[in-house]
Design a protein around this ligand. Sequence first.
Ligand code: HEM
Ligand code: HEM
Length: 238
Amino acid sequence: MLQSVDWLWLLHPVLAVAVVYPLLGMVLRLALQTRDRRINKTKLPPTVGRDHADLGSWLAAAVVAIVLLALAVVILTAHPLAAFPGGLPRLGLVLLVLLGSVLALVLLWRAKSPPYRASFALLCWAGVITLGLQGEVYRLGDNPFQGAFWQSHFWGGAGLTGLMLFSVAGRPEITKQLRWRRLHASANALAAVVFLAQAISGTRDLLEIPISWQKPAIQACDYQRNICPVAPPAAPNP
Ligand code: HEM
Ligand code: HEM
């Protein structure tokens, strides 16, 4: 049976599957149409570029939202709140960074002038990374020269969040200048690959993370030798 804390852990994958990936499909289709219309002068409605950027902004917001949600759930459910490591001051700081990141995203949507757009995108990204670096968040590896880093669901998510935020921040420049548009298209071709990698590492993590009442049994396993202690045979019925 799932307990309430397990449902909290499910929120992030559920929103990724039900909201983020369907949106990504639309954004990708409109991106190809935008490019096709410009390069090959294909007869497509002139709205494809604007629709791509509008849905792109929603995609970016959805990615930031599910990432913040996952991080909040991971950090706040690791220990009973009364025994939060670092006590009330650290709990307060974590909540402040969470709120600050949401605020930076809202302000990024509204900001017009380039320095503000760049600053709010950076602030929001810094918030995501700060939360991700907390001890409670499991990261496969932190060294980019090792394979584990590239299989890490956290680092993939951090990179993707950055790419999405900077697409939103540069929206006016991408619309108007060819140089920016080229940079955007190549950076986000990479983003499309990372979205695929997140789908793989996310479902892998879902297989590996046990539901809460099974955690003590799974943690007794030997992760180096891939074996688990064999449970003693159940007592026979009298
Ligand atoms: C995986 C995600 C994305 C991919 C693969 C992608 C790709 C592309 C491509 C291929 C183009 C056409 C470039 C050309 O004409 O040569 C484009 C245009 C554009 N993209 Fe994206 N993009 C993505 C996400 C976003 C996001 C999140 C935003 C944020 C607002 C955004 C904003 C724009 C804008 C403003 C344009 C110019 C549209 C116009 O012509 O009016 N994109 N994108
Ligand atoms: C847009 C795609 C995605 C992004 C940017 C993303 C990002 C993240 C981040 C930053 C974390 C917190 C760090 C961690 O605990 O590893 C996380 C946690 C997690 N992600 Fe994803 N993720 C995405 C898609 C998915 C998908 C498709 C699944 C599975 C179906 C998934 C499953 C999980 C699980 C099980 C966790 C552990 C925490 C929790 O469940 O709340 N993710 N993700």
